[in-house]
Design a protein around this ligand. Structure first.
Ligand code: DOR
Length: 399
């Protein structure tokens, strides 16, 4: 396939220029101005659009195994492709939890089904059953394909066990992902353990000014820590709970405007490494329950590109692309994140073309997002995984 006429933005390679990209046999084959199509080559007109390394969402819930009413690998990966993601890392809060080599192997076998539209990287549990009591064979889990370790929404409460997890997982080189719920104290505890044990850590969905500042300070003083933000924590506040009840319920919760503004400023200052959606699909019935019993979380994959551009319209394009490609790929230690010759042919094409979110048209089974009905400024044009076109938007490329 030949991608013609687009603006190639590859921050890892320091490229921002009008360049064509030729893909062949699953890899980037050639980059240059005005490449001529070869006989039999498919072409994609990217004039007016940005051609970027495939986006990687390092925080999604795919619900496999255990919750096919909420999402399946087929629906979740199709949602990813529609959202511009060529790869996603899925959290282990499944049933059973992703806590053994056998369970990971089963997931990865299902992920090879032709119905599955993107690459899937499992994040394994930190403790048996995510119950916070028993450490696991981290080297074995990493060898079986785990790209990181996390107990997701049930973070390890016992400091001694958390320290043991860190010391045993450290040699895998895979990051521990803190999914702090009672956020500020837990983030502080984990940053202290990251420092003391010299273990690579990642703080998921930072949502408060205090946590964002603590991560930045830890990093300034030598801790190997990275962090991510979701689109909803950048845009919405707890005001929304009054309007929408369970529809606005998410963990960590929506905060005040001061926190949302502080997070946007942290991104602008380069203190946040990655954009991640925390795509958390639930059935309509589970989201419609009274607030106390409603399911937590929003479906995120199909709005992400537009939502981040809405939250941070002034973010330089190279930074926008890096936060969605090079940075998450580096944090997880997975291929991709660049389009230099020889790299995987995973490509996201997007354009500054306003569109209106219609959740009823989502590929995801989850339809609950606070962005529903909103007009967003940036849209996905095409998603290419290993050289195959997995999504192509209808209509012209640019506005
Ligand atoms: O809102 C959330 N939803 N936060 C979590 O921690 C888990 C997630 C889910 O799995 O639904």
């Amino acid at each position: 396939m030949l991608l013609r006429g687009g603006r190639l933005v590859d921050p890892a390679a320091g490229i921002d220029a009008l360049l064509d990209v030729r893909l062949r046999a699953g890899l980037v084959r050639e980059i240059g101005p005005h490449l001529a199509p070869e006989p039999g080559e498919e072409t994609l007109d990217a004039a007016g659009a940005v051609v970027a390394p495939g986006f990687v969402d390092m925080h999604v819930h795919l619900r496999d195994p255990g919750f096919p009413d909420k999402e399946t690998l087929a629906t979740g990966s199709r949602a990813a492709a529609r959202g511009g993601f060529t790869a996603v890392a899925c959290m282990p809060n499944t049933e059973p939890a992703l806590d053994s080599v056998e369970i990971l192997a089963g997931l990865l076998r299902r992920a090879r089904d032709p119905e599955v539209a993107c690459r899937i990287y499992p994040i394994a549990a930190m403790t048996r059953g995510r119950r916070g009591g028993e450490t696991l064979d981290y080297a074995g889990l990493a060898a079986a394909g785990a790209v990181a370790f996390s107990d997701d929404g049930s973070p390890v409460a016992d400091d001694a066990i958390m320290r043991a997890v860190a010391l045993r997982a450290r040699s895998t080189g895979r990051r521990l992902i803190a999914h702090a719920e009672d956020e500020d104290p837990m983030v502080r505890r984990d940053l202290t353990l990251a420092r003391e044990t010299a273990t690579a850590w990642h703080i998921a969905h930072v949502s408060t000014a205090v946590s964002a500042a603590a991560v930045a300070e830890a990093r300034r003083t030598g801790v190997d820590v990275t962090c991510e933000v979701t689109p909803h924590h950048l845009v919405f506040t707890s005001e929304l709970v009054r309007e929408r009840g369970g529809g606005a319920k998410v963990n960590p919760p929506l905060r005040g405007e001061d926190d949302a503004r502080a997070l946007r400023d942290s991104v602008r200052r380069g203190e946040v490494d990655a954009f991640a959606t925390d795509h958390a699909p639930h059935t309509a019935r589970e989201k419609a329950l009274p607030f106390e019993r409603a399911a937590m979380g929003f479906t995120g994959l199909e709005v992400a590109v537009g939502a981040y551009a809405y939250a941070l319209p002034d973010l330089p394009l190279a930074r926008f692309v890096a936060m969605l490609s090079a940075n998450p790929a580096r944090i997880l230690g997975v291929p991709g994140g660049t389009l230099t010759v020889g790299s995987p042919a995973d490509v996201t094409v997007f354009a500054d073309r306003p569109w209106t979110v219609r959740s009823e048209a989502f590929a995801s089974k989850g339809r609950s997002t606070p962005f529903d009905g909103m007009r967003l400024p940036r849209a996905v044009v095409a998603t290419i995984v290993a050289g195959s076109l997995r999504y192509r938007a209808e209509g012209p490329v640019s506005a």
